[in-house]
Design a protein around this ligand. Structure first.
Ligand code: IMP
Ligand code: MG
Length: 210
């Protein structure tokens, strides 16, 4: 398969094409169009916001255990960990782990009964813990995770979420660091799937337009 030069590549999405992804050349630049997808936050906006969050978090903690919530938060957890280093956190004082929770289970509707499918490996007791989520929607997933991790007696436990849909909230949950508040739309990209395990690799966050 022919590969184009990655550095000369960008993605726009507001054009329609007959196939899902079609490459076109715009102003001499190869552009990848994701048909029927409206961009909510592009790659630069996400990078800037994650960098700002990293600066805040690095200013607040001398040592930290980051726990990314799989699968959706894998990209934000990765980028945040690098931002923490850039903003001065001692890399010997940062631990990273992941936990997996299934709340949507191949659907676009919350089950309201999230199930932990992979627990953390690292001990939590006496540590400062920051849970990193992709989206807080109804709030059930993060509430379950907070209850479960609090029982392991960390020194502190806080939540960072890249996105929050306040209109959809059914249970109150504390978000110490928030990337963006978004309207009630089903979004995907930047690690987040479309409800069918697709589109996680998009570097931007968008939603379907008919
Ligand atoms: P909650 O339990 O309803 O708060 O749902 C939280 C989880 O559902 C998030 O961490 C996401 O993994 C998933 N989720 C919620 N809204 C969306 C969405 O718009 N797109 C993709 N996944 C979502
Ligand atoms: Mg999630």
């Amino acid at each position: 398969m022919k590969k184009s030069n990655g550095s000369n590549h960008r993605t726009i999405t507001h054009l329609r094409c007959v196939v899902t992804i079609c490459p076109i050349v715009l102003d001499g630049v190869m552009v990848r169009v994701v048909s029927g997808t409206e961009v909510l936050f592009d790659e630069n906006q996400i990078a800037q916001r994650v960098d700002q969050l990293g600066k805040e978090v690095a200013g607040d903690y001398d040592s930290l255990l980051l726990i990314g919530v799989l699968t959706g938060a894998f990209m934000v957890t990765t980028d945040l960990s690098k931002a923490l280093f850039v903003h001065g956190m001692d890399p010997t004082q940062l631990e990273i782990d992941f936990i997996a929770v299934t709340s949507y289970d191949g659907k676009q509707v919350s089950s309201r009964e999230p199930i932990i499918t992979k627990d953390v490996k690292k001990p939590i007791r006496d540590k400062h813990v920051l849970l990193v989520e992709d989206i807080v929607d109804t709030g059930y997933s993060i509430r379950t995770l907070i209850a479960m991790l609090s029982a392991k007696e960390p020194v502190s436990l806080a939540v960072l979420s890249l996105l929050s849909k306040p209109e959809r909230r059914e249970v109150d949950v504390p978000i110490k660091y928030l990337g963006f508040s978004i309207p009630d739309k089903y979004v995907y990209g930047y690690g987040v799937d479309d409800g069918f395990e697709q589109y996680r690799s998009l570097p931007f966050i968008g939603y379907k337009v008919e």
